[in-house]
Design a protein around this ligand. Structure first.
Ligand code: C5P
Length: 402
């Protein structure tokens, strides 16, 4: 599997070096790997490449260096800092590398770098003497220690006529190396099963009981687990979103179907993550034909569905079990009670019922709870949050198994 950048938001920062002329192509290459790209141009980079070209290829307005009311009106520096999954500076001149080390916030791009929690990647591009200058060398060492990803540079002919190290990597290589960096390998060799989406409990051939779960959180977790190197089985209720790549997908409708699909191969799994919003009850019977509206009143008898997660967690040979708790109030205390009752290793608690996070929204905020500790993962888009969660799950899984 070649890593891609699907569902990744790349904020491309362009600094003022001659290699900036390659950035429209870089935007294309990032896009071809699936990334959504926005561009921030530093002071003077417009001397090397036209903002209009970058606007055309990225499909977004270009964000400029000046911190004026205008430049902040589209998307402010804090919003951009939060939007990004990764801030990629390409080309990264010796000057901007030094300013990153200083933590300068003297223009939009550097301010974003100080304000963001996202990873920062730099693709250095400079004259070979500048690259070999001890100040640049030590600045790069400092950035590497801060876990800034350093892509390249390449070696060869330079715009100034010299030959040596310091050329910016080719756009295709920058895009691929950036994609590779999302593949952590933390779950290599592990099998992960995830349930996602709602269930559909049929009343008759055309009607049923369901809920507002979109499936997005479970699908995002499946993608993040694949990126972490796991072999993933996604057991999904009915959703309207595209299936993630490189997963085995089992599409189901009802809670009983989901239970059966899970149990078929649960003994092979290392980790089970129950994200599905499984209906607690189903109609006692589903009518063979469409129910007619004859009577003025009607009663539907319901019977309890099996608790898939609790059943998995009580198996003799059980995987590491992670549950979700969607609550409208007293989120943490209800979630902790659920963790104990269902004998889980971890539970991800989130608040539903509002408009900003939870069911059907692109963002979520979670508190991850184990028997000993709890950690708040602040509001983020579900893909970014899924990566955070998978990282935590892998760490807890490792701790338990060593
Ligand atoms: O009990 P409650 O529905 O709040 O628990 C939520 C957690 O349990 C989720 O992880 C959900 O996927 C799982 N669950 C399940 N089967 C059910 C009900 C919930 O796997 N019948």
């Amino acid at each position: 599997m070649t890593p891609d950048l699907k569902n990744k938001r790349v904020l491309l920062g362009i600094s003022a070096g001659i290699a900036a002329y390659k950035t429209p192509d870089l935007v294309r290459k990032l896009g071809e790997l699936g990334a959504e790209v926005q561009v921030v141009m530093s002071k003077n980079s417009e001397q090397f490449v036209a903002p209009l070209a970058l606007q055309a290829v990225s499909g977004h307005d270009v964000h400029h260096y000046a911190m004026t009311a205008d430049s902040e009106s589209g998307m402010g520096h804090i919003d951009l800092a939060r939007w990004a999954d990764v801030v990629l500076i390409a080309p990264a001149t010796a000057n901007i590398i030094a300013r990153l080390v200083q933590g300068n916030a003297d223009e939009l791009l550097t301010t974003i770098c100080v304000a963001t929690e996202a990873r920062i990647a730099v693709a250095p591009a400079m004259n070979q003497q500048m690259w070999q200058n001890p100040a640049t060398e030590s600045n790069l060492t400092t950035l590497a220690q801060r876990e800034v990803l350093i892509l390249g540079p390449d070696s060869g002919d330079q715009a100034c006529g010299e030959v040596g190290p310091g050329r910016m990597l080719q756009p295709v290589d920058i895009a691929q190396q950036l994609a590779n960096s999302f593949h952590t390998g933390q779950l290599t060799g592990k099998k992960v099963m995830i349930t996602a989406g709602p269930t559909w409990e049929a009343l008759d051939p055309v009607r049923g009981i369901t809920n507002h779960s979109s499936g997005l959180m479970g699908y995002a977790l499946a993608q993040a687990a694949v990126e972490a190197g796991a072999e993933v089985t996604l057991v999904s209720g009915p959703t309207h979103i595209p299936s993630p790549d490189h997963c085995a997908i089992k599409n189901v409708k009802s809670a009983l179907d989901m239970h059966e699909a899970v149990m078929q191969s649960i003994d092979q799994q290392d980790i089970f993550i129950g994200v599905a919003a499984v209906a607690d009850y189903r109609p006692v019977a589903s009518a063979d034909q469409k129910i007619k509206k004859n009577a003025d009143e009607m009663t539907i008898s319901l019977v309890k569905n099996p608790d898939i997660l609790a059943d998995v967690a009580s198996l003799e040979k059980r995987p590491f079990c992670v549950g979700f708790a969607a609550e409208t109030n007293d989120v943490e205390s209800y979630a902790r009670a659920k963790l104990e009752r269902k004998k889980l290793d971890l539970i991800a608690a989130n608040h539903v019922g509002g408009t900003e996070t939870g069911f059907g929204t692109p963002d979520n905020a979670i508190t991850l709870i184990s028997s000993e500790h709890s950690e708040a993962l602040p509001k983020a888009n579900k893909y970014a949050l899924a990566r955070e969660l998978v990282e935590r799950i892998a760490t807890h899984f490792e701790q338990k198994n060593h």
